[in-house]
Design a protein around this ligand. Structure first.
Ligand code: GSH
Length: 239
């Protein structure tokens, strides 16, 4: 059985979608990031960067295996199941380069855009424009890539599974798909997949207290190394 440490956000959805696509049984363990559960010593032992998602595969060859970082988890699940990433060298790197593109570009840029647009206490025009432009540019890269193909890298793959959840909130990011017809087609086609629909259902409604109460804002933003050090000390002393 696989334990999925999860909260319903774009990075979490990547893995609930992948597990649904692969049809392997999994057990969802909620990590309420608004309440600070990502700083709990038990979770940090699995995911030292205090971010979800993470998994523990209790049936991994050689013993239980824990993995954090959604790109690493997707790669592991693709290798474990032999699905959504081809084994042929050239095709495999086609997928991996778009997966890394998502991990290093689309995800972080969208995350910063969302921060400055939806959470920052003051609106900073320069930051807003910087990340809106960058997100828009990345949507444009996808649009060009999809001109002569249906998916980012050959068949439907972990590159699409990683990217789709970060396109999904485009309206919340103040963007439109109007000028990106191929991307819009890709977006709708993937959104209609039954496994994607099921994956998106996991944890629906968990943000019951809203995303912007004081406790959530404190736990998600403005954390520094001292919180990590404090948690490490707690872990060491068992207090
Ligand atoms: N690069 C990481 C990013 C994960 C990430 O940023 N997760 C966010 C939610 S989308 C989180 O756990 N935030 C908790 C926090 O900021 O303390 C991945 O792809 O797994």
């Amino acid at each position: 059985m696989i334990d999925l440490y999860y909260w319903p956000t774009p990075n979490g959805w990547k893995i609930s979608i992948m597990l649904e696509e692969c049809g392997i049984p999994y057990n969802v363990i909620s990590v309420h990031i608004g309440k600070g559960e990502q700083f709990e010593p038990e979770f940090l032992a699995i995911s030292p960067n205090n971010r979800m998602p993470a998994i523990v595969d209790h049936d991994a060859p050689g013993g239980p295996l824990s993995i954090f970082e959604s790109g690493a988890i997707l790669t592991y699940l693709a290798e474990k199941t032999g699905r959504f990433m081809p084994s042929e060298l050239h095709q495999r790197y086609e997928v991996l380069q778009w997966l890394f593109w998502q991990m290093a570009g689309l995800g972080p840029m969208a995350g910063q855009l969302s921060h400055f647009r939806n959470y920052a206490p003051e609106k900073i025009d320069y930051a807003l424009a910087r990340y809106a432009d960058e997100y828009n540019r990345l949507l444009g890269v996808m649009e060009q890539r999809l001109q002569d193909r249906d998916y980012l890298a050959g068949d439907y793959s972990i590159a699409d599974i990683a990217s789709w959840p970060w396109v999904r909130p485009y309206e919340r990011f103040g963007q439109s798909l109007e000028n990106f017809p191929r991307l819009e087609q890709w977006f709708r086609q993937i959104g209609d997949r039954p496994a994607v629909v099921r994956g998106m259902e996991i944890g629906k409604g968990w943000w019951e207290s809203g995303k912007q109460d004081e406790e959530t804002m404190r736990n998600l933003f403005g954390q520094t190394a001292s919180r990590i050090q404090e948690m490490a000390e707690q872990r060491a002393t068992g207090k």
